[in-house]
Design a protein around this ligand. Structure first.
Ligand code: URP
Ligand code: ZN
Ligand code: ZN
Length: 462
């Protein structure tokens, strides 16, 4: 099957050029001046007046995740389909090691959930919930089979939490094996004290979730994670960074030349504690950790995205329905399942940053496609449009307006965090490995088209 995407403006992290993109089978075989190369194609896609960009790489999702006494609402089937609608053609999800269980058991369970279900390609990071001699030993085997990054939690005592000694040992192992430690950096021990005190004062509404998860406790944990990674001689990737004080810690480490990287997520750029404080129980829709911050943090995050102290935009997609799931925390904010939907809206929201002049188009692609691919060992296969790369291609209309709503989105969750908000830019057509899976409002994909990606180690460290 040969396809030509004709006459669009091809945007990669490196350049913008009007070109034809030639696809043979699953791969890009050429990016050439319009009409320059005779190419007999089975399918022609007219991209005149459109952007032609690499499929998005969302390096942080949680499909069917058991958490907070329930499961995140998207399955691999519904979540990857929604991702495709939003122009994302690769996700990296998080298998969980259960306490007392092995990494292998956790990984096998995730393979079983995802195999044959995904509309787009997928990889895995591994959540370490129980760092001991045997799980440390297993890390090496996982790196060998393409699970090259490991998430640790300084938050959630009694659930995923690791103490500093365990974190240090995992970092040492990562340094030895080429793995990358991803850190949920919040001081969970101190947060739990503040939770107890708030509840004792009768402060039970969702907005108190933001108060007890203090920005300084994100900054403190980020600082500690950086110091531990220095001691271990290991690189560090800080996930879902939301506080400007935490960003200051990352910026200082990068200035000092350390291999410290960080991501933020659209919710921290477009939403704030004002949303957590919505009347009634509405704020529960906005409960995630790290929490939304006061709006003044947003300018610092956009600056970080421009100057590369923040290198990646992921979603931390972890949707829970308002009815029946978020409602588990009625009368006690600490029982609201933590997480928000977002896998479908990431490319559009970040494009809105382009429209508003906060970042350039090339930076949009760098943050959402190229850098996550390189960071997590998928470059040059993913994240770019170049001869030899997978033909994961999005034809994007940069001028179309859309109004976000749960009534029209494809995620299996009963609310949109951006209900009624209008943004400029919309996906027209999506190709995953050469196959058209979304075509101007029509879904043509199928469960099982997506395959598991065995990833290389971090491309910034090789
Ligand atoms: O609130 C969040 N972020 N839920 C998902 C789990 C995590 O910590 O990433
Ligand atoms: Zn986390
Ligand atoms: Zn997460």
């Amino acid at each position: 099957m040969r396809t030509i995407v004709r006459g669009g403006t091809v945007v990669t992290a490196a350049e913008e050029v009007v070109a034809d993109v030639l696809v043979d089978g699953e791969r890009v075989v050429g990016v050439v001046s319009p009409g320059a190369v005779p190419f007999v194609a089975d399918t022609e896609i007219d991209a005149t007046g459109r952007l032609v960009v690499p499929g998005g790489v969302d390096a942080h999702t949680h499909m069917e995740m058991p958490f907070g006494g329930t499961f995140s609402a998207d399955t691999f089937e519904t979540g990857t389909r929604a991702a495709a609608w939003g122009g994302t053609t690769t996700i990296i999800d998080f298998p969980i090691q259960s306490r007392g269980g092995s990494l292998r058991e956790g990984l096998d369970a995730w393979h079983a959930k995802a195999a044959g279900k995904c509309a787009i390609d997928y990889g895995f990071h591994m959540i370490l919930a129980d760092v001991d001699d045997s799980s440390l030993k297993e890390m090496e085997a996982l790196v060998g089979e393409g699970v090259t990054s490991f998430k640790l939690f300084m938050a959630y005592p009694g659930v995923f939490y690791s103490d500093d000694g365990r974190i240090l040992r995992a970092m040492q192992k990562a340094a030895e094996t080429g793995g990358l430690i991803m850190m949920h950096a919040e001081n969970g021990i101190a947060i739990d004290v503040l939770v107890e005190q708030a509840l004792a004062r009768g402060q039970t509404d969702p907005r108190y979730h933001g108060d007890v998860r203090h920005a300084l406790l994100e900054a403190e944990a980020t600082h500690r994670a950086i110091q531990l990674s220095r001691v271990a001689g290991a690189p560090l990737y800080v996930v879902h960074l939301s506080a400007r004080q935490a960003l200051d810690q990352v910026a200082a480490a990068r200035e000092a030349g350390d291999n410290v990287f960080a991501e933020t997520c659209p919710q921290y750029l477009f939403l704030s504690t004002d949303d957590l404080a919505r009347p009634g129980f509405e704020g529960a829709k906005y409960v995630c950790s790290t929490p939304l911050r006061p709006a003044e943090h947003q300018a610092a995050l956009w600056r970080g995205l421009r100057n590369d102290d923040l290198s990646v935009i992921s979603t931390d997609h972890c949707p829970f329905c308002f009815k029946g799931q978020k409602e588990m925390g009625l009368g006690d904010f600490s029982k609201i399942p933590n997480g928000m939907p977002g896998v479908e809206t990431r490319m559009d929201l970040l494009h809105q940053g382009v429209v508003e002049g906060r970042i350039s188009r090339r930076r949009w692609i760098e943050l959402a496609c190229a850098t996550p691919a390189r960071m997590f060992g998928l470059h040059p296969r993913k994240g770019t449009i170049a001869p030899g790369s997978d033909a994961d291609i999005v034809v994007y209309d940069p001028t179309a307006q859309q109004t976000h709503s749960a009534a029209t989105h494809h995620m299996a969750v009963d609310y949109s965090a951006y209900e009624g908000r209008t943004t400029t830019g919309r996906v027209d057509t999506v190709l995953s490995r050469g196959r058209v899976i979304v075509d101007r409002g029509e879904y043509l994909g199928s469960a099982g088209h997506g395959s598991f990606l065995a990833r290389d180690t971090c491309g910034y460290l090789r």
